[in-house]
Design a protein around this ligand. Structure first.
Ligand code: ZN
Length: 157
């Protein structure tokens, strides 16, 4: 089901997928257009989901760092996954699931959500009008679309 979804949404064929588990990183290998590393030509795309690096509260402080106060996530918001810059730089080929999560199906769902954000940028590039996230100015859209697609086709039971 993931293959059909990455193909339909991003034009990327899923070649292998290792689900993240508590304490154990997940990974995705696909084949499709890569605008970041290969000028939009088809190539192998590897995305790692790290599960040991940051807790939810640490992810939130990383997210908020440098943002104007009115754009920061407030005290009531919990961030369980993240695709974006950290202290060690930024690459869309690596994203994060919070290390404190315990529910196996939810950990998988967060991994797939973040994979959506990564593929959105890898496939469509970083331009302001490219990709589901930037085009819609809804920075949750790509992650939501991939999760909804997988769920609609029977995933995350
Ligand atoms: Zn998101």
């Amino acid at each position: 089901m993931l293959n059909g979804c990455t193909k339909d949404l991003f034009g990327v064929e899923t070649r292998s997928f290792t689900g993240s588990r508590r304490g154990s990183n997940g990974s995705f290998t696909g084949f499709g257009p890569d605008s970041i590393s290969n000028g939009g030509n088809n190539s192998q795309i590897d995305v790692v989901n790290e599960v040991n690096a940051f807790t939810s509260s640490r992810l939130k402080s990383i997210y908020n760092q440098g943002l104007p106060v009115n754009q920061q996530l407030g005290p009531g918001v919990i961030l369980d996954g993240y695709t974006g810059p950290t202290g060690s730089g930024y690459t869309p080929y690596r994203n994060f699931t919070a290390s404190n999560l315990r529910n196996a199906a939810y950990i998988l769902q967060v991994q797939v959500h973040e994979l959506g954000h990564s593929l959105d940028e890898i496939v469509f590039g970083t331009g302001v009008n490219s990709g589901f996230d930037r085009q819609s100015n809804n920075y949750e859209l790509a992650g939501q679309k991939l999760v909804d697609c997988v769920r609609n086709r029977g995933g995350f039971k």
